[in-house]
Ligand binder design. Structure first.
Ligand SMILES: Nc1ncnc2c1ncn2[C@@H]1O[C@H](COP(=O)(O)OP(=O)(O)OP(=O)(O)O)[C@@H](O)[C@H]1O
Ligand SMILES: [Mg+2]
Length: 308
């Protein structure tokens, strides 16, 4: 798949002297949902703001659909919609005017039918004449999305779109993101909700202290780094793991009533079959068994911790 955004050797030092981004190389593929994960202060908003032309890049180059974001700013920017992390909107305007005005900013001709469609999709239609200041927090967040979609961008950045929103709105947003992707829009989102990335993303990037720690296909990442555990509930408690089973990574738990086998998610089948056979031969019986798999959250915590 072709890169729609390409970031090369990007570093950013703020006026304060703080180095927020260090030598970032990143390619976003056309049509994908890319989730950028990282702890507070990692540089997510800085990176997005630079790509969207809100914060000046330091060194490095960025192109959006082949257009350099500095040399060809207007063309590059018009392809992008940005849902910012902070709620900043003109309080006294009506919802309708705010969204229509956003479209105008990108030099697009007025299109009331499009604005109506966007407001309806975001359940803001009945608020179209309300002043922005009278909206609830969740509605303001929807409004930010409506504004970002007003000029029909081909690339949408969502900077923590679901921070502090209720479960229903979160689901609505996920649905909207999926339908945008189906319409060919490339989506880049940042989130602290790792289950969100796990659910939504095609690829995942992890950023920590201004550096990209990893970029990986989600499914592959989970397979590569995910540990699996098989827990066997034993019929009779064991005092220790029998020496003949020492080749396996086994641990006793729950006062010897459970045997836990930890293995890599890759290529596990044969080893489980062998373990069960060896257990039988060792005369160890079990009442029940279940497997668990580490979540993206476990993987993420390990990655970020290891890099500290
Ligand atoms: N205008 C600025 N001047 C100086 N430092 C800044 C500025 N904006 C951000 N920073 C610093 O850059 C670092 C990265 O901030 P950024 O907002 O990009 O993080 P983030 O990953 O978006 O975090 P969060 O998850 O909290 O939103 C932080 O240490 C922050 O204090
Ligand atoms: Mg941020």
């Amino acid at each position: 798949m072709q890169a729609v955004i390409s970031v090369r050797n990007l570093s950013k030092t703020y006026a304060s002297g703080f180095r927020a981004l260090k030598d970032i190389d990143l390619e976003i593929r056309r049509g994908e949902i890319f989730a950028l994960l990282g702890p507070n202060g990692a540089g997510k908003t800085t990176l997005i703001s630079i790509i969207c032309g809100i914060v000046n890049p330091g060194t490095g180059t960025i192109s959006v659909d082949g257009r350099d974001i500095v040399a060809d700013y207007r063309a590059a920017r018009s392809l992008i919609g940005l849902v910012p992390q902070e709620l900043t909107t003109d309080a006294f305007e009506s919802v309708w005017n705010t969204v229509s005005f956003s479209r105008g900013l990108f030099g697009k001709p007025a299109d009331p039918a499009h604005i109506e469609k966007v407001l309806k999709e975001l359940s803001l239609w009945d608020k179209k004449d309300s002043r922005v200041m009278t909206l609830s927090g969740g509605m303001k967040r929807r409004l930010l999305i409506a504004k970002a979609l007003s000029h029909e961008p081909r690339i949408l950045f969502l900077d923590e779109p679901t921070a502090g929103v209720d479960v229903e709105l979160r689901r609505d947003m996920w649905k909207l993101v999926r339908s945008l992707q189906a319409a060919g829009v490339t989506i880049i989102l940042t989130t602290h909700y790792i289950d969100e990335a796990e659910e939504m993303a095609d690829r995942i990037g992890v950023i920590n202290k201004g550096e990209i720690v990893l970029v990986e296909d989600k499914a592959l990442l989970m397979r590569k780094l995910g540990k699996k555990q098989l827990t066997l509930q034993l019929q009779n408690t064991l005092e220790r793991v029998p020496p003949r089973l020492s080749a396996y990574n086994l641990e006793l738990a729950n006062h010897g009533s459970e045997l836990i086998y930890t293995y890599d998610a890759l290529g596990e089948r044969t080893s489980i079959a062998a373990l069960l056979k060896d257990l039988t031969e060792a005369g160890i019986r079990f009442k029940d068994l279940h497997t668990t798999q580490s979540s993206l959250e476990d993987i993420f915590v390990t990655l970020v911790r290891d890099k500290k």
